[in-house]
Design a protein around this ligand. Structure first.
Ligand SMILES: NC(=O)c1ccc[n+]([C@@H]2O[C@H](COP(=O)([O-])OP(=O)(O)OC[C@H]3O[C@@H](n4cnc5c(N)ncnc54)[C@H](O)[C@@H]3O)[C@@H](O)[C@H]2O)c1
Ligand SMILES: [Zn+2]
Length: 716
C-alpha cells in the first residue's frame, strides 16, 4: 500500500535542523518539478500543489534567512535552457513575478510602492491591470525593424533560441511598421494557445498515440519548443505583447503608452487591459476578469498589476527574481472533492486505450463535472514512465475520494486522492490488457505510455481509420474510393472490412437498393468504381503488407518485409510460426529471430508484426481478403550475384557501413543474413574486434572476409 502523505508540521514548530532538512528536500523537489514543467513541458503535479511547495519553502526561508542561497528556487527563475537548443543571452534578464493570493496582499503591494516612492498620502500610483496569460514568455529581438532573433525565458538570463519556430506564428510581425521604431529593441510577451485549439490538438495527439498535453500552457510550450519547425508551424500558436527588454529608444513614458505603441507597430495587445486609479478599481478589475475567465477562449491564471510610470518602475527596481513594481494576483485553483465511481476505457481511432474517470457529479468553478481524464495507465498507477512518483506515488482506486480540478479551466483532471477516505474494500485498478471494444490483445511498447489494441483489421473502434489507410495512395490506391467514400460506405454498412471492397460488386448485383441509385452516383461512376476495384485484385506484396495497417509498418518497412519474404504465402506462414511462440516474456522461435534480423527491422517493429498475427481474427480477415485478390510476389533480389542464396554473418565493429546497411546490402544481393555462425553459414564478414564468431567460423570451416572484400564482392 502507498505511504500516507503526512500533513507537515507548521513551519513555526520546526527545529532549525528539521527546517534545514526540509529546506533541502523541498528545494530538490521543486527543482525536479521545474525541470519537468519548463524543460519537458510535462508537469506531474498541479500548479496549486506546486505553489504550495514554494510557499512552504518561502516560509522556511523567512524564518531562517541564512538558508537562502543564490541557487535556492526562491531566487531563481524557470529552468536552464533544455539541451538541443542554441542558447541566447538576454540583454535584459527576463524575470518572474511576485504573487498575491488575497486582497490584503494586493493592498500591501500598493502600500510598499507608496512607501518606497515616498508618495503623499493622497497620491495613488496609477496601475495598469493586465490579464495574466497562461503561456510562456518570449523575447523578440528586432534590428532596424526586422525580427532577427527570438528566445524563451530559460533561467531568466539565458534562453533557448526558437527563432525559426517563432517565424511561423502569425501574431508575431516579421517587420515592424509605423513610427518610432528604435534601431534595436527586444519586445516581449506571451505565446499561448486557444483552448479550443488545445483540445483539438490533444485529440489528434491522443489518437496518434503522441504526447498529450496537460493544459494549453504546456501545449503551447511543447509546440513552440520543437526541433522540427514544421511541427511548430502546424500548431496554432498565438502571441500577446506586453513587455520589453533592451531598447535603444523608448517611445513612451508609461506602461500604458508602451502598450499602445506595441499595438501601433503591429502587435496584438490584450484588449482587456485597463488603467486603474485606486485599490478598489484594481480589485474590481480582478473580479470582473475572474468572471469573464471561462469565456475568454484562452487560459489566464490571474491578473498582473504594474506601476504605470516607467520612471517609477525604474526607481522601484527588482528583488532577486521579480520586479518590485509588478505583482501577479493569482486566481484560486478551481477544485472540488468527489468520488471516483468507475474507470472506463475508451479506444481511439488508432487503437489507443485511454482511461476516463467516472465521477459523482460535482460543481467545479461553476461547471458540473462528471468525467475527467486519467491520461494513461501510469497516471492511475501513480508512477511515471521514468519511475518517478505521480501524486506522491498514490494510485487511484474506484471508490476513492478524489480532488478534481479543471486544469486551466478546460479538461477536468483528477489531481489527488484523499487517502484517509479510501474504503478498505478499494482494490488496485488493473488496467485491461484486452481492447474493451474488440477483445484483441492490447500491448504497450517499451518506453510508451499508451497501451494499444492489436486488432488492426477487426477492431470496430479503428475500422474506419484502417479502411481509409487500406485504400490510401501507397496501399491499394483505388480510384473513386477515397476517405469520403469509405466513410459513407462504412456508415451504410456496405464496407466494414477490407474484403468487403472486393465483394461489393457481387453484393450490389443482388441488392435491392443499388449503388447506382445513391446520391452522387450513376451508371457510369459505379461501373468505373467496380473497374478500379477489379484492377486492384492484383496487388504487389509490399502494398498489401503496408495496407494491413500494422503498427510501425510504414511503406519502407513493408518493402523490407516483402523483399525478405518474397511471397504472401511465405510471409503468412512464417509469421504464424512466430506468432505461435509469442509470449509476454519474449519469443524464442526461429521465425521471430529471422524477422528481427532483417536489416532495418528491430524489436519494436518485429513485435508489432507478430502481435498482429497473434490475433487470429486479424489472420482470418487477411485470409478472407486473400480469397478475393492475387498477391504478386516481389521481384526477387538479384539471383545472379556472387552471394545469392548464401547465408552471411556480420561481426565485429563495422567501420565502412552500419549493421543495418550491411544487412540491407546482403539482402539486395539475394543473400540471407544471420546473427550467429553455424554450419549453415556460408560467409563471415568481420570488422575489427570480432571475437567468438570468428572462432565459430574456424570451427565450422566458414570463409571469413574483411569489410573491403565484402564491398568488392557485392560491387563487382
Ligand atoms: N506544476 C508544476 O510542476 C509547475 C512547475 C513549475 C512552475 N509551475 C507554475 O508556473 C508558474 C510559475 O512560473 P513563473 O516563474 O513563470 O511565474 P509566473 O507564471 O507566476 O509569472 C511570470 C510570468 O507571467 C507571464 N505573464 C503572463 N501575462 C503577463 C503579463 N501581462 N505581464 C507580465 N507577465 C505575464 C510571463 O510569462 C512571466 O514570465 C506558477 O503558476 C506555477 O504553479 C508549475
Ligand atoms: Zn480493439
Amino acid at each position: 500500500m502507498a505511504a500516507k502523505p503526512k500533513t507537515p508540521p507548521p513551519v513555526d514548530l520546526l527545529t532549525r535542523s528539521q527546517a534545514r532538512v526540509e529546506h533541502k528536500r523541498l528545494s530538490l523537489e521543486i527543482e525536479t518539478h521545474n525541470e519537468r514543467y519548463y524543460q519537458k513541458d510535462a508537469p506531474t503535479i498541479s500548479d496549486s500543489a506546486y505553489d504550495a511547495l514554494r510557499q512552504r519553502l518561502e516560509a522556511i526561508e523567512a524564518r531562517f534567512p541564512d538558508f537562502v542561497t543564490a541557487r535556492s528556487p526562491t531566487q531563481t527563475v524557470g529552468a536552464a535552457p533544455a539541451r538541443g537548443f542554441a542558447k541566447v543571452q538576454h540583454a535584459v534578464p527576463m524575470l518572474s513575478l511576485g504573487n498575491a493570493f488575497s486582497d490584503e496582499e494586493v493592498a500591501e503591494f500598493v502600500e510598499r510602492i507608496r512607501r518606497f516612492l515616498k508618495l503623499a498620502p493622497d497620491e495613488f500610483p496609477a496601475i495598469v491591470a493586465e490579464p495574466k496569460i497562461d503561456g510562456l514568455s518570449l523575447s523578440l529581438r528586432y534590428e532596424r525593424g526586422e525580427l532577427v532573433r527570438t528566445a524563451t525565458r530559460g533561467d531568466g538570463f539565458t534562453g533557448e533560441d526558437v527563432t525559426a519556430n517563432v517565424r511561423t506564428i502569425k501574431d508575431v510581425p516579421q517587420t515592424l511598421t509605423g513610427r518610432n521604431i528604435p534601431a534595436a529593441c527586444e519586445l516581449r510577451g506571451e505565446v499561448y494557445m486557444l483552448k479550443q485549439d488545445f483540445l483539438a490538438l490533444n485529440k489528434k495527439q491522443q489518437e496518434a498515440g503522441d504526447t498529450v498535453f496537460a493544459n494549453p500552457r504546456n501545449s503551447a510550450a511543447g509546440s513552440l519548443r520543437q526541433k522540427d519547425v514544421a511541427v511548430t508551424a502546424s500548431r496554432p500558436l498565438k502571441f500577446f505583447a506586453y513587455a520589453w527588454g533592451e531598447m535603444t529608444d523608448r517611445p513612451a513614458d508609461t506602461q500604458h503608452g508602451m502598450l499602445e505603441w506595441l499595438r501601433g507597430i503591429g502587435f496584438v495587445v490584450n484588449p482587456l487591459i485597463e488603467l486603474c486609479h485606486s485599490v478598489e478599481e484594481v480589485l474590481a478589475f480582478y473580479r470582473r476578469i475572474g468572471e469573464q475567465r471561462v469565456t475568454l477562449g484562452y487560459d489566464i491564471d490571474g491578473v498582473v498589476y504594474k506601476v504605470n510610470r516607467l520612471d517609477w518602475q525604474e526607481r522601484l527596481g527588482f528583488v532577486s527574481r521579480s520586479p518590485r513594481w509588478a505583482i501577479a494576483h493569482k486566481f484560486a485553483a478551481e477544485q472540488a472533492i468527489t468520488i471516483l465511481k468507475g474507470i472506463d476505457i475508451q479506444v481511439g481511432r488508432t487503437g489507443a486505450l485511454t482511461p476516463v474517470a467516472r465521477l459523482e457529479p460535482v460543481t467545479v468553478g461553476g461547471v458540473v463535472v462528471q468525467n475527467a481524464t486519467l491520461h494513461n495507465e501510469d497516471y492511475i498507477r501513480g508512477i511515471g514512465n521514468d519511475g518517478q512518483p505521480i501524486r506522491d506515488g498514490v494510485d487511484l482506486r474506484v471508490g476513492d475520494t478524489v480532488v478534481v480540478q479543471r486544469a486551466g479551466d478546460v479538461i477536468p483532471q483528477v489531481v489527488s486522492v484523499v487517502i484517509d477516505k479510501r474504503p478498505t474494500s478499494a482494490k488496485r485498478y488493473a488496467f485491461p490488457h484486452k481492447c474493451p471494444i474488440c477483445g484483441s490483445h492490447a500491448v504497450r511498447e517499451e518506453g510508451e505510455a499508451v497501451r494499444r489494441c492489436t486488432g488492426a483489421l477487426i477492431c470496430p473502434a479503428q475500422a474506419v481509420e484502417r479502411l481509409k489507410h487500406f485504400v490510401s495512395r501507397l496501399a491499394f490506391d483505388i480510384d473513386g474510393l477515397g476517405e469520403k467514400q469509405i466513410q459513407e460506405f462504412y456508415d451504410d454498412g456496405l464496407i466494414m472490412h477490407p474484403v468487403d471492397i472486393f465483394t461489393l460488386q457481387k453484393r450490389d448485383a443482388r441488392a435491392t437498393k443499388k449503388l447506382r441509385d445513391r446520391e452522387g452516383y450513376g451508371e457510369v461512376s459505379v461501373r468505373n468504381l467496380f473497374a478500379a476495384i477489379s484492377a486492384r485484385r492484383k496487388i504487389e506484396l509490399n502494398r498489401l503488407i503496408f495496407a494491413l495497417g500494422i503498427r510501425h509498418v510504414g511503406e519502407g518497412n513493408a518493402k523490407l518485409l516483402a523483399r525478405h519474404y518474397g511471397s504472401i504465402e511465405n510471409f503468412r506462414s512464417t509469421m504464424a510460426e512466430a506468432a505461435a511462440a509469442q509470449t509476454e516474456a519474449g519469443n524464442d522461435s526461429e521465425a521471430y529471430a529471422d524477422l528481427n534480423n532483417i536489416g532495418g527491422i528491430g524489436d519494436i517493429v518485429a513485435d508489432a508484426v507478430v502481435e498482429f498475427f497473434a490475433e487470429t481474427r486479424n489472420v482470418k480477415a487477411l485470409n478472407d481478403l486473400l480469397a478475393e485478390i492475387e498477391v504478386l510476389p516481389v521481384a526477387q533480389a538479384r539471383s545472379d550475384s556472387a552471394v545469392a542464396g548464401k547465408t552471411v554473418v556480420f561481426t565485429g565493429s563495422l567501420e565502412k557501413f552500419t549493421r543495418d546497411e550491411a544487412k540491407a546490402s546482403a539482402e539486395r544481393m539475394g543473400a540471407k543474413t544471420s546473427s550467429s555462425v553455424s554450419k549453415k553459414t556460408d560467409l563471415v564478414v568481420a570488422g575489427p574486434g570480432a571475437g567468438s564468431k570468428l572462432k565459430d567460423a574456424e570451427k565450422f570451416g566458414v570463409k571469413v572476409i574483411s569489410e573491403d572484400e565484402w564491398l568488392q564482392l557485392i560491387e563487382g
